[in-house]
Design a protein around this ligand. Structure first.
Ligand code: 5GP
Length: 196
C-alpha cells in the first residue's frame, strides 16, 4: 500500500516550486511568507522525535531556520540561538565561528555565535529548513564542538535525499530526523517524489 504523505510532504506537493539547479522554493509557507500553523505542527513533530533527549538549547542559522527553531524551542521550553552570518574577518575572540558555503548563493559566509550563548553544559538540538550538501550543518556542528557542548540531535524540515548531506551526517553517527525527504524532483512537468 502507498504510504500516506505527511502534512509537510502534502504542503510541498501543493505549494513547492521546483527550480533549475536542484532548488526547491517554499517561499509561500516557509522561506518568505510563514504559515505559523504549519510551523507549530513542525514544532510538535520535532518534539515528539527528540523528547527523550534533555535538550537545553535549540541552535540554527539565520535567517530561514529561525522560525522553525522558535516553534521547536517553545515545545522544549528552552532558548533558541541562531548563528549570525558575518562578512567581517575581524571577529574577535568572544565568538565561535565556522566557514559555510551557501548552497543557494554559492558564496562563503562565516557564521558566528557569541561564546556566552553556548557552553560545555549544553545539549543542543540543531534545526534547519533544508539539508542539501550538509555545509550549514557541518558549520553548526563545528561551533558546538568548539564550545565543548553536545549535539543531541538534528532536525531538518526538508532534506534533498539526492544530495549528499544527509548520508554524510548520518554516517558521522548523528541522530538526524528530516520531516520530508525529497528523493527526486523535476521542473517541468512539476514532479516531486518523497522517500518512503
Ligand atoms: P547545505 O549547507 O546542506 O548544502 O544547504 C543547506 C542550506 O542551504 C539551508 O540552510 C538552506 O537555507 C539552503 N538550501 C539548500 N537547498 C535549498 C533548496 O532547495 N531550497 C531552499 N529554499 N533553500 C535551500
Amino acid at each position: 500500500m502507498e504510504k500516506k504523505l505527511n502534512f509537510l510532504e502534502q504542503r510541498i506537493l501543493k505549494d513547492g516550486i521546483v527550480k533549475e539547479g536542484n532548488v526547491l522554493r517554499v517561499d509561500s509557507f516557509l522561506n518568505h511568507q510563514l504559515d505559523v500553523l504549519l510551523l507549530e505542527e513542525m514544532g510538535k513533530e520535532f518534539y515528539k522525535r527528540f523528547k527523550s533527549e534533555k535538550i537545553t538549547k535549540v541552535l540554527t542559522v539565520e535567517a530561514s531556520g529561525i522560525a522553525i527553531a522558535c516553534f521547536v524551542a517553545a515545545k522544549f521550553k528552552v532558548p533558541v540561538v541562531f548563528a549570525k552570518k558575518s562578512k567581517s574577518l575581524n571577529l574577535g575572540d568572544d565568538v565561535y565561528s565556522a566557514e559555510v558555503e551557501s548552497f543557494t548563493h554559492k558564496t562563503k559566509n562565516t557564521v558566528v555565535i557569541t561564546k556566552k550563548y553556548i557552553s560545555d553544559k549544553d545539549n543542543v538540538l540543531v534545526i534547519d529548513d533544508f539539508l542539501a550538501n550538509g555545509a550549514a550543518l557541518q558549520g553548526l556542528i563545528s561551533i558546538i564542538n568548539q564550545a565543548g557542548a553536545s549535539v543531541a540531535g538534528i532536525g531538518i524540515a526538508i532534506e534533498k535525499g539526492f544530495q549528499p548531506g544527509g548520508q554524510f551526517i548520518r554516517n558521522l553517527g548523528y541522530h538526524l530526523e528530516s520531516l520530508a525527504i525529497v528523493e527526486s524532483m523535476e521542473v517541468e512537468p512539476k514532479k516531486i517524489n518523497f522517500r518512503k
